[in-house]
Design a protein around this ligand. Structure first.
Ligand code: B4P
Length: 193
């Protein structure tokens, strides 16, 4: 199995790059953002709880997202590997993921960290708001909150994986294809090793 984490602030292009990466490497895409939006659309109790938090720019509780990831791992026993997009977002989630993968006799092989400056992030999310219909994109106050939550709760996850020597920093500004090539040039040597 080959498992990747695509890491970065809100709007850094994780979802955008994930679509290309799963196609090239044949990985199963696990985006907690997408999974939560599906629950919200279906109006499930979990979706309704998530909606009230996401629309304030806050994180959904760890046990909720870890439960979703655990079920998704169990549902794909024959996967070649997984691409985790937007997960883990807290140290507790990273520790839970390590435990889940150990049970499956595998691990995270690399963490690709997309580096994008804050002004560019806000511009992108303002742009995405025009078509996404996402309330968490539309309001500048919510966006500032999301960036603050990222710095306080999610950025430490990079340190967690740095301690395991798994982080590759990737310049996340430029065209989508340029960034994709940069990510692949970090992944390919790992697959050849
Ligand atoms: P997510 O759905 O994970 O997404 P995101 O961080 O908003 O954006 P992403 O980085 O994927 O950017 P994208 O490719 O779309 O999270 C949403 C919310 O769900 C969170 O705030 C949180 O509340 C909750 N949640 C999710 N996971 C959770 C977890 N594990 N724990 C707790 N809560 C969780 O790109 C953004 C825009 O930029 C797009 O419009 C795109 O077209 C554009 N773009 C992309 N690449 C570009 C480029 N190179 N140049 C210019 N524009 C570009």
């Amino acid at each position: 199995m080959f498992n990747l984490v695509l890491f970065g602030p809100p709007g850094s292009g994780k979802g955008t790059q994930s679509e290309k990466l799963i196609e090239k490497y044949g990985l199963i895409h696990l985006s907690t953002g997408d999974l939560l939006r599906k629950e919200m659309k279906a109006g499930t109790p979990l979706g309704n709880e998530a909606k009230s938090l996401i629309e304030k720019g806050q994180l959904v509780p760890d046990e909720v997202v870890v439960g979703m990831i655990s079920s998704a791992l169990d549902a794909n026993p024959d996967a070649k590997g997984f691409l985790f997009d937007g997960f883990p977002r807290t140290i507790a989630q990273a520790e839970a993921l390590d435990k889940l993968l150990t049970l499956k006799k595998t691990a995270i092989h690399a963490v690709l960290f997309l580096m994008v400056n804050e002004e560019e992030l806000i511009n992108r999310l303002v742009g995405r708001a025009k078509t996404s219909g996402r309330l968490d994109d539309a309001d500048p106050e919510i966006q500032r909150n999301r960036q603050a939550v990222y710095k306080n709760e999610t950025l430490p996850v990079a340190g967690y994986y740095q301690n395991q020597d798994k982080v590759s920093r990737v310049e996340g500004e430029g065209t989508i294809d340029e960034i994709f090539d940069r990510i692949c040039s970090n992944i390919d040597p790992l697959l050849e090793a």
